[in-house]
Write a new protein. Structure first.
Length: 76
């Protein structure tokens, strides 16, 4: 799998996890002011998952096709 494809898949997974965490806050209302907290939660969770997926401990548990290469991990 190409490195660019791997990065895209990882980003999509992280965004879906963030949106899933914020879904209870986003669904009840559709107005912008009421959903601002939900968007904040989604961004915070996605950022946390992104950071966690970059750690070597989590890398060991990821499938081989989703892991970052050793040279990519050193540059982060």
């Amino acid at each position: 799998m190409k490195d660019s494809t791997r990065r895209t898949v990882r980003t999509v997974v992280q965004a879906v996890i963030g949106l899933a965490a914020a879904l209870p806050l986003l669904l009840p209302t559709l107005g912008v002011p009421e959903t601002a907290a939900g968007y904040g939660v989604a961004l915070a969770v996605a950022a946390g998952v992104t950071r966690a997926m970059a750690s070597p401990a989590v890398q060991r548990f990821l499938p081989a096709w989703l892991r970052t290469s050793p040279t990519e991990a050193r540059t982060q």
